[in-house]
Ligand binder design. Sequence first.
Ligand SMILES: [Zn+2]
Length: 222
Amino acid sequence: MVTSSLLSGIPGIRHGFGSASSLVPAELAPVWELRPAKRQVHGTRVAAIHEAKQEVGEADGFHTALPGLPVSIITADCVPLLLVRRDGTQIAAVHAGWRGLYDGIIPAALAAMGAGAPVVAAVGPTICAACYEVSEELAEDFARRFPELPRKVVLPAYRHLDLRAIAEHQLRAAGVEEIEHVGGCTCCARDAAGQPIYRSYRRGDRGSQMHSGLYITTKGEK
Ligand SMILES: [Zn+2]
């Protein structure tokens, strides 16, 4: 499990990013059964969660202000993004692959959270630019989509897309100032024994993927 010190510093919030050895973060275990039933489709729909085991259908972002209800996403190379209001009143989990970033799921999630205290963000284990080669057409589409960003930020190398950098750019553009990047590359990070730390679709992992998520603890818990 991978955690963010930025998010850990907010009282009443439990969170975790999955890894190959811990597909569901242990921090989420107490409420895991209550998670929404969902299908991620690389879209931009952000669902409000208001009841346990909610049937949300197709969505790639989830937010709630209710204690005890987890929001989570599944990833294996895409950006797993966890958002929390500084005052701990609201949380969101966002699955942002290239299509979600391109189409704007991050601004959509922030808009869905509405007004309130500043939002802080943790960007979890994501495929690195060196591992993420895309078609020339897609690379050029991205360069055009974010004209305000230097080309070498979007594409640090020919046809290599930096998903993390684009996610951070969208967060900052939407007014998020506190952003922490945690975990390594889902594709190339290895442990001391040389084994992959994360699941990676690009590397060939199929089937079980990693969950990342968070919840607001019920009143009284620290
Ligand atoms: Zn890598």
